[in-house]
Write a protein that binds this ligand. Structure first.
Ligand SMILES: Cc1cc2nc3c(=O)[nH]c(=O)nc-3n(C[C@H](O)[C@H](O)[C@H](O)COP(=O)(O)OP(=O)(O)OC[C@H]3O[C@@H](n4cnc5c(N)ncnc54)[C@H](O)[C@@H]3O)c2cc1C
Length: 595
């Protein structure tokens, strides 16, 4: 049992051990069988139709979603009374991971099952749920989520759409325009956010597409995920029965934000299928492609790429499932305290909103890295639409934009941590002061257990945490309540935190696998990650400090950063070669068959 009772962001100040975290290797046979069944479905029903999907064949996407509904895939986390499968959080993450390989279908699926279905599931009345949820779960009703407008994207609450009560007080009359609406072309039920009168905050409404006054533009001509429907939708005096208000008046903004927490972690896990597919086909291609008389996989330059793609993807898997289980643990804890399942899930997700944002930023950027190197390994063929690499490259790019851009999520990570520190929910300021005191004292020598292969990594993680706390605490103290004006520095500190979470999760995962399967490649993965993450953490900390400090104060902080990011040099080339050779020999990179 994963017994740690921690709250989001506490990984910065608490030590974790492998027994207390969940790793993908912990999935049981039943969960793996579900993932296999889902994979079979994709191979039979979705992947063969990729070309038709990409050409937006009329009716096809809704038909495929309906087929996935017939298999139960549209209601994985919905309770059984509405036709769902009531799966645990991490099981539904695993299925999102598998489906992630399908690009356009995965976007349509994610929008339907996530942002379109969950607001109703979490905030709907019994009557609303009975009316719409079974249809959304079976696929008889298609859903879309309408938040963004031409003038309000990241600043969602600035939406101009308005709702006013009709004279007979039986309906809200809605006027406005929504933009970039996934599944817009075929959705039957729209969750629409608009302000009632001159309210400060948005309210949410369940609007049936057949209500009079709804029109839409043609499909957007997009860079990628071309097979997913994306429309502008116009609401012109649309009468919406008052019973279709979702949640309370002005609760819409909160609903939108809370649902995005789930969207973010699901997006994080949803890119993994794509990363693995690109790595596997890059390995296969590099084994087959002969240049200068040898397979290109024998070149150090190519091995270096494959190794980095593997290490980053491996750590991405580690963070998403670790965070997923931490959320699940909290859900169980809250349910034991008497909260309903719905409320427990929402509360747990809010508590771990930092981790949700980390998963989103890290995973979407890793996907972009992996597809970019995938194209490079394919050379000229990578630029051709004849092989799937070009589409993977185009499809990947959206992940850094929707569900909150990378910038917004980075700001969110720091914003939440600062707020929690001020409220004393997690005291990063105190911890930072302790590190400052330590800096004033005589340094102690590093002491680690030479019989434990992972001890040096845990020691290093402890030190890095101190380095981050110093940079965080000093910036907070320096700028006080003006820190929000220093976005560049906030981004730097966010990057340090993201890298730490990725590195620590990778070490915990490799250590936990190693306990059962002491394979040397696990140590290489930890080694390579230590190099990469430390380099990035140091460089972000350096950049942040140079952005506002000078003279002695700058020297002091930089020497502290150096002290806490220092480690014995390694032969990175050999380390990455060993990792690459391992996977080149295997011919692929798969979630459950790494060693
Ligand atoms: C294919 C696709 C599908 C989508 N699906 C949906 C959907 O189903 N439903 C829906 O409601 N929306 C959807 N969206 C909209 C999406 O969520 C928004 O595009 C996204 O939130 C960004 O908003 P924006 O495009 O208005 O960019 P803007 O908010 O204008 O941002 C532009 C740039 O400025 C940066 N920026 C903005 N504010 C700040 C700030 N405070 N500090 C620093 N930088 C900032 C951003 O990070 C970005 O780099 C979709 C978008 C696309 C492209």
């Amino acid at each position: 049992m994963y017994n740690e009772s921690i709250i989001g962001g506490e990984f910065l100040i608490k030590e974790s051990n492998p027994e207390n975290i969940f790793i993908p290797e912990d999935f049981n046979e039943e969960q793996k069988m579900m993932a296999d069944a889902c994979q079979d479905f994709l191979e039979k029903e979705i992947i063969p139709k990729t070309e038709e999907v990409e050409k937006c064949k009329p009716g096809l996407m809704s038909n495929l979603l309906k087929k996935s509904g017939d298999l139960g895939l549209l209601g994985l986390s919905i309770s059984e009374e509405f036709g769902g499968m009531n799966m645990t959080f991490n099981t539904s993450m695993l299925i999102a991971d598998v489906i992630g390989i399908t690009g356009s279908f995965s976007t349509a699926y994610g929008a339907h099952t996530g942002i379109a279905t969950l607001p109703l599931y979490f905030y709907g009345t019994d009557v609303q749920k009975k009316k719409y949820l079974p249809g959304l779960v079976s696929g008889d009703i298609m859903g879309a989520y309408c938040l963004t407008e031409p003038d309000s994207g990241s600043d969602a609450n600035a939406a101009k759409s308005r709702a006013v009560l009709s004279k007979n007080k039986k309906s809200y009359i809605i006027n406005g325009q929504k933009m970039w609406i996934t599944n817009g072309g075929f959705a039957d039920l729209l969750t629409v956010f608009a302000k009632i009168d001159n309210d400060k905050y948005l309210s949410a409404f369940l609007i049936e597409k057949d209500f009079s006054g709804i029109t839409m533009n043609e499909e957007e001509n997009k860079l990628g995920i071309k097979g997913s429907s994306t429309r502008q939708i116009f609401f012109n005096n649309v009468f919406v029965p008052i019973e279709n208000l979702l949640g309370q008046r002005e609760e819409g903004f909160k609903i939108a934000l809370n649902i995005l927490n789930i969207g973010r972690i699901k997006l994080g896990v949803g890119v993994l299928g794509g990363c693995r597919a690109v790595i596997s086909s890059s390995i296969q291609y590099s084994n087959e492609r002969i240049q200068f008389g040898v397979p290109i996989s024998s070149f150090g330059a190519i091995k270096n790429k494959i190794a980095q793609m593997v290490v980053k993807t491996f750590s991405c898997e580690a963070i998403t499932y670790r965070a997923g289980q931490e959320i699940e643990n909290k859900v169980i804890e809250f349910e034991k305290e008497g909260l309903s399942k719905n409320k427990s899930e929402l509360k747990a997700l809010e508590l771990f909103s930092v981790e949700c944002a980390i998963c989103k930023v890290y995973a979407s950027e890793i996907l972009d890295y992996v597809v970019d190197e995938g194209v490079q390994i394919y050379g000229g063929m990578g630029f051709s639409e004849e092989v799937p690499m070009a589409r993977a490259y185009r499809d990947a790019r959206i992940s850094r934009i929707y569900e909150g851009t990378s910038e917004i999520n980075r700001l969110l990570i720091l914003g939440i941590l600062l707020k929690r520190s001020v409220k004393n929910e997690i005291n990063l300021f105190n911890e930072s002061k302790k590190v400052l005191n330590e800096l004033m004292s005589v340094p102690t020598f590093e002491d680690y257990d030479i019989n434990n292969n992972f001890s040096k990594y845990y020691n290093h993680i402890k030190k890095i945490k101190k380095g981050i706390l110093i940079i965080f605490g000093n910036a907070a103290l320096h700028f006080k309540n003006k820190i929000n004006e220093e976005q560049e520095i906030l981004m730097n500190i966010s990057d340090m935190i993201i890298e730490l979470y990725a590195f620590e999760s990778l070490v915990l995962r490799t250590n936990k696998i190693y306990l059962n399967q002491p394979n040397a490649i696990l140590l290489e993965l930890a080694q390579a990650s230590m190099y990469e993450s430390t380099k990035n953490i140091y460089s972000s900390g350096f950049e942040a400090s140079c952005s506002y400090l000078e003279g002695e104060e700058l020297n002091f902080i930089l020497s502290a950063l150096k002290r806490y990011t220092n480690y014995n040099p390694i032969n990175l080339k050999d380390c990455r070669r060993k990792i690459a050779d391992h996977f080149i020999k295997k011919g692929n990179y798969k979630l459950f068959n790494l060693l």
